[in-house]
Design a protein around this ligand. Structure first.
Ligand SMILES: [Zn+2]
Ligand SMILES: [Zn+2]
Length: 429
């Protein structure tokens, strides 16, 4: 992905391609520097003609989609499985084939009376009945008999008999002689006999039912996203066409990777920032973590039980997603800090290791242009050091280390206060 600024024709690649501003007056995309200098931050109409918010909104929309998709996917999975379960025709045991997922009806045949049960578990929400992950029995339906195992059950409806070990809950058990309905994967043993790996077990063919609330929930999650994405597509397509018209036929200006900083200045190290090369690896790393989380979530859910019973897994994966999304945002939009600063007789120099940041930021502020350096205290979360130029332009100084900020303030004060009038500085060379 590459995008060219319609004013300076610099080519921006990767995350920077998404950082261009849409000028509503010129009707094309410009870089931050051109937005500030050539477009005058909106051609006199101020931030109103800035449509950077459109691009930010796209980013937020993408994040919401990434977060909503696993939830919607799992709920949709639940719903579709339960729908399939209630709607599927019953397959006679004699007709079962390996690899098939089939609904089977039959009577439990076993030597032990209780074939499948559970135990009471103390949870934060009180005592609940928890089915065992063990249990196996034969089922017969007149056409044949097949062995069934409960080790991978996904949903179990209450059985027909109260469990003898249930004291605090109304836990139930399945017993020999019960008529049951099952949704199962048909597997085969080493000797070729078939095994039903039961996913859903119930005394009734229509219970558990797919809940229409699940559908409403999906509609609530996904519903607003579809028109928003359509709107975003139209928004982007229209602007991309106008922008293309503005830059067609003009050769893009490549960013200079190998620039060097002035060796005659004595550079002071500033805050560490992430380089273009590192960004790539961080991005790859974050995508890998994200993929692993998605895989882990689906794996854990598929292992056992319905998704609505694995809320903790959802909470963990949601937290994990936030852990991925926040650093991604930081990598995409936070990055560029000056890696070194220097003071000269002429002014304050900044050096960015990242060539895109060199293109987008001023590398020099003359002493004479600094109107004031002050600490802005506008509420709890808006405290920052700020430099105002005589031109009215502002510069956030949070990108400086505390030490460099102190040095800058001291240097500037020394130069503006020490020589009392006396005309222009004499020693500039
Ligand atoms: Zn530009
Ligand atoms: Zn403009």
């Amino acid at each position: 992905m590459a995008q060219v600024c319609a004013r300076c024709h610099t080519e921006f690649r990767g995350a920077y391609a998404f950082g261009l501003y849409w000028c509503k007056v010129d009707r094309f995309f410009v870089c931050r520097r051109c937005w500030e200098e050539s477009c005058g931050e909106g051609h006199g109409s101020g931030a109103k003609s800035l449509s950077f918010r459109g691009i930010s909104a796209l980013g937020i929309l993408a994040i919401i989609t990434v977060l909503a998709a696993p939830w919607a996917g799992m709920i949709a999975y639940d719903y579709s499985v339960l729908r399939e379960w209630t709607a599927a025709p019953i397959v006679p045991i004699a007709d079962l084939r390996v690899g098939q997922t089939a609904k089977v009806a039959g009577v439990i045949v076993s030597n032990s009376s209780i074939v499948f049960g559970g135990r009471e578990v103390d949870t934060d929400g009180g005592w609940v009945w928890s089915w065992y992950a063990t249990g196996s029995f034969s089922v017969t339906d007149g056409s044949g008999t097949v062995f069934a195992t409960m080790e991978r059950w996904w949903e179990v409806a209450p059985g027909l008999h109260l469990a003898p070990n249930a004291v605090r809950t109304s836990g139930t058990v399945y017993m020999s002689g019960d008529r049951v309905y099952m949704m199962a994967n048909v597997a085969s043993r080493a000797d070729g006999t078939l095994v039903l790996v039961v996913r859903i077990l119930s005394p009734s063919p229509a219970n558990p039912e797919p809940d229409p609330i699940l559908l409403a929930f999906i509609a609530l999650l996904v519903g607003p996203l579809i028109p928003l994405w359509l709107w975003a597509g139209v928004w982007w397509h229209g602007r991309a066409a106008l922008h293309r018209r503005a830059v067609t036929g003009i050769p893009p200006v490549r960013i200079l990777e190998g620039a060097y900083r002035n060796p005659n200045l004595s550079w002071r190290p500033n805050r560490k920032s992430i380089s273009v090369g590192q960004r790539k690896y961080v991005a790859i790393g974050l995508v890998a973590i994200f993929a692993a989380l998605v895989y882990l979530t689906t794996f854990l859910l598929n292992l056992h039980e319905r998704s609505d019973e694995v809320a903790s897994v959802l909470v963990i994966s949601f937290g994990g997603l936030m852990l991925v999304v926040l650093p991604t945002l930081w990598v995409l939009y936070g990055g560029g800090l000056p890696s070194a600063v220097a003071f000269s007789e002429r002014g304050f120099h900044l050096w960015y290791d990242n060539p895109y940041e060199r293109q987008l930021n001023d590398d020099f502020i003359p002493w004479a242009q600094i109107a004031k350096i002050e600490f802005v205290d506008a509420g709890r979360y808006e405290k920052y050091w700020y430099l105002e130029r005589t031109t009215g332009e502002g510069e956030d100084l949070e990108k400086l280390s505390a030490e460099n900020l102190r040095a800058l303030t001291a240097e500037w004060k020394r130069r503006t206060e020490a020589p009392p009038q006396g005309g222009p500085a004499a020693s500039d060379s």
